[in-house]
Design a protein around this ligand. Structure first.
Ligand SMILES: C[S@@+](CC[C@H](N)C(=O)[O-])C[C@H]1O[C@@H](n2cnc3c(N)ncnc32)[C@H](O)[C@@H]1O
Length: 256
């Protein structure tokens, strides 16, 4: 196990892993965190509602190459329900993981990137007419979905959260949302994080993991909001376990 288990901020091969043109490497600690939450939340919501209709407004691609750094991270999360869901040599997007956890879930997806959006054709999902996830968020009908996934790159940017959070709050009165944001370790981000949490109001669950074990440049954060959330303690226990495996070796090391 490598102590760093870090993730490259941007792929060394260019603006994203070859062929994917993603901003960040798939399988970052943020993706692991989302996976931990979804692998528990999706079956629990399915049991609670008798069905699971999911809106994924920033769906990315169905899956991604599973690179070496990703495998190292997954080894540190090996005991989790999320890791046990993984099969094959591809890293699943959140929507694909929903289907792995709840096979009869229905998905309605969009992504602004035309190539990633096109990869959903023929995958047994419905596509929103709207490419833009934030626009779709504004007009989403909460009674049509038991779970809404909101994991763009830029939710932590003040201009973005100012417009998106009112729509999130409206939806959270009637349905469950999973929100992902990446917070850079800067004073400005710290100040905005406080304002963001205040504007959002109470969340049923807030979990976060650092970008890497040593001097993290930022934090991945997932929030779950909704009117009648089921118990989510198992998620907290798993995130704490993974965080301990990631962080504790970096906190105290004896060199001989
Ligand atoms: C962090 S990735 C998440 C991908 C996916 N949910 C997953 O789990 O793999 C963010 C995705 O949001 C897409 N995106 C960014 N801005 C968007 C927008 N305004 N509307 C729709 N998609 C957007 C990007 O193209 C990218 O695929």
């Amino acid at each position: 196990m490598t102590l760093h288990a870090s993730w490259t901020w941007r792929s060394k091969d260019g603006p994203g892993p070859a062929g994917q043109r993603l901003r960040y490497e798939p399988g970052s600690w943020g993706d692991v965190l989302k996976g931990l939450v979804i692998a528990h939340l999706a079956p629990v919501l399915r049991a609670q509602h008798g069905q699971l209709r999911v809106a994924d407004l920033f769906a990315g691609a169905p899956d991604y190459p599973c690179e070496r750094a990703t495998r190292e991270r997954l080894a540190m999360a090996a005991e989790t329900r999320f890791a046990r869901t993984l099969t094959g040599d591809r890293f699943p997007s959140t929507a694909t993981l929903v289907r792995a956890s709840v096979p009869d879930a229905t998905l309605t997806v969009t992504d602004r990137d035309p190539e990633r959006r096109a990869l959903w054709f023929g995958q047994g999902v419905t596509l929103f007419d709207e490419d833009d996830g934030y626009t779709a968020l504004e007009s989403l009908e909460p009674s049509a979905f038991e779970l809404v996934l909101v994991d763009p790159y830029d939710l932590a940017e003040p201009s973005r959260s100012a417009t998106a959070l009112p729509a999130v709050r409206r939806l959270a009165q009637r349905t469950t949302l999973l929100l992902y944001a990446y917070w850079k370790s800067t004073a400005a981000a710290f100040a905005h994080h406080v304002a963001f949490a205040h504007a959002l109001g109470p969340c049923g669950l807030v979990v976060r993991l650092p970008s890497d074990a040593l001097l993290p440049r930022g934090w991945h954060e997932v929030r779950v909001l909704g009117p009648a959330l089921p118990p989510l303690d198992a998620i907290v226990a798993e995130v704490r376990d993974v965080a301990a495996r990631l962080l504790l070796p970096a906190c105290a090391t004896v060199l001989r």
